[in-house]
Design a protein around this ligand. Structure first.
Ligand SMILES: Nc1nc2c(ncn2[C@@H]2O[C@H](COP(=O)(O)OP(=O)(O)O[C@H]3O[C@H](CO)[C@@H](O)[C@H](O)[C@@H]3O)[C@@H](O)[C@H]2O)c(=O)[nH]1
Length: 420
């Protein structure tokens, strides 16, 4: 019997995802038409023997989250439960705090998945590798180029045995081009080292003269406190993948992840990809259209477009490399490229909303999405255009490389600006 835990973080997390995370918790942001963590749940539900999926985070269990859990339980016919941390406990604290719930029913092992990654989740291959060796910790690893590897957990392995010999979280100088994907398979014994860290933290906290410096009861950083500490002791192994993988930290990376998942749908969910039908819109490449969306027959969509619930797309609209969120309206002849259009926003006739993609370098097979910062030398870097929720763009204007905060009603064109 197996279980899976998805670490969904909480409201202080996902700041690079603003303004989109104002409206919906980041783990529920739609990527390729479905909430980000539904991809995780689908992958877990396909592993034979999966008994339960637990989401651990510090969000208040609000309506969208509760509705999502109910829908997921029904769809996958599996218990999918949310366990709320009383405070942010780090990537390992929640696993230790809820250890009884995780180990209830004696699972042979449990997957732990970061919510903010996009992957083809090679969980069955990880399980096979685990069953051969039964080591406490198995990490999924992939490669990144030298510069970008510094943004991730870096792994030095023994190439013969795949044992993790050395692990450094976001090093300041190059360590290894093998990076931690934030996807793990732990055996029940993995909780023992977490207990040791917890107890050590408690003792340190009691000894600490200035409690303000104490990291807080229960906080455990899986990466630094466990992986770095245990590397080279025969307990941690890496399973390498060259499948699709990307972090989803910013809105730009959500667009990139959406493209990766849409292309994967050709094998996994062909029914989710729109096809050109007589009298229907023109479809180029991979496009997802929610069944409730109204798309005019002369619109041209794709590649890599995802259209949410209740969206209206008018005649002559051109849409590519974009996500249009539920209830948005694109009036006749608008052109939307490399952009995310927020919930309930309206783009007026003949307006053009355009961004600049920040995709990984296609000529470098090891390139990953940059974990972009918005500014460089005090200037806004060109990036995808984001319209927050209920933004109104008038007719015949250009909105280029800009971020428009929710509820703004614009009256003219804007280029390279954050519109507050
Ligand atoms: N429940 C809970 N979840 C948390 C907490 N803090 C972070 N998380 C969740 O844990 C995951 C990792 O979040 P970060 O702490 O932001 O780390 P990171 O910068 O994404 O780096 C991690 O992931 C990389 C791969 O994407 C790894 O390369 C890196 O080593 C590390 O594991 C995310 O899904 C986040 O929501 C917490 O206090 N509680």
């Amino acid at each position: 019997m197996l279980k899976a835990v998805i670490l969904i973080g909480g409201p202080q997390k996902g700041t690079r995802f603003r303004p989109l995370s104002f409206e919906v918790p980041k783990p529920l942001f739609p990527v390729a038409g479905v909430p980000m963590i539904q991809h995780h749940i689908e992958a877990c539900a396909q592993v034979p023997g999966m008994q339960e999926i637990l989401l651990i985070g510090f969000y208040q269990p609000d309506e969208p989250l509760t509705q999502f859990l109910e829908a997921a339980q029904q769809e996958f016919n599996l218990p999918v439960r949310y366990l709320q941390e009383f405070a942010p406990l780090g990537t390992g604290g929640g696993l230790y705090h809820f250890r009884d719930q995780i180990l209830a029913g004696s699972p042979e092992a449990f997957f732990v998945l970061n919510a903010d990654v996009c992957s083809d989740f090679p969980l069955s291959a990880m399980l096979e590798a685990h069953r051969r060796q039964r080591h406490p910790f198995l990490l999924l690893g992939t490669t990144a180029n030298r510069t970008q590897s510094l943004n991730y957990g870096c792994i030095v392995e023994n190439p013969q045995t795949h044992e993790v010999l050395h692990y450094v979280e976001k090093p300041s100088t190059f360590i290894s081009d093998i990076i931690n994907c934030g996807i793990y398979l732990f055996s029940p014994e993995a909780l023992k080292p977490l207990r040791d860290v917890f107890q050590r933290n408690q003792q340190d906290g009691q000894l600490e003269d200035s409690p303000g410096l104490w990291p807080g009861a229960g906080t455990i950083r899986l990466e630094q406190d466990v992986f770095s500490a245990l590397a080279g002791q025969g307990q941690i192994y890496v399973h390498l993948t060259d499948g699709i993988w990307s972090q989803i930290k910013s809105a730009g990376s959500a667009l990139y992840a959406s493209r990766l998942y849409l292309s994967r749908y050709q094998d996994t969910h062909p029914e989710r990809l729109a096809k050109h039908t007589p009298g229907g819109p023109w479809i180029r490449g991979n496009v997802y259209i929610h069944p409730t969306a109204k798309v005019a027959p002369s619109a041209v969509l794709g590649p890599n477009v995802s259209i949410g619930k209740g969206v209206t797309v008018g005649e002559g609209v051109r849409l590519r490399e974009s996500i249009v969120l539920h209830g948005a309206t694109l009036q006749e002849h608008t052109c939307v490229l490399h952009s995310i259009v927020g919930w309930g926003s309206t783009v007026g006739r003949w307006a053009r909303v355009e961004g600049t993609p920040s995709d990984p370098n296609p000529n470098d097979p090891r390139a990953r999405m940059d974990s972009e910062s918005l500014f460089k030398d005090g200037k806004l870097l060109p990036a995808i255009t984001i319209l927050g929720c209920r933004v109104r763009i008038p007719a015949e204007v250009l909105i280029l490389n800009s971020i428009v905060l929710p509820h703004k009603e614009l009256s003219r064109s804007f280029t390279n600006q954050i519109i507050l």
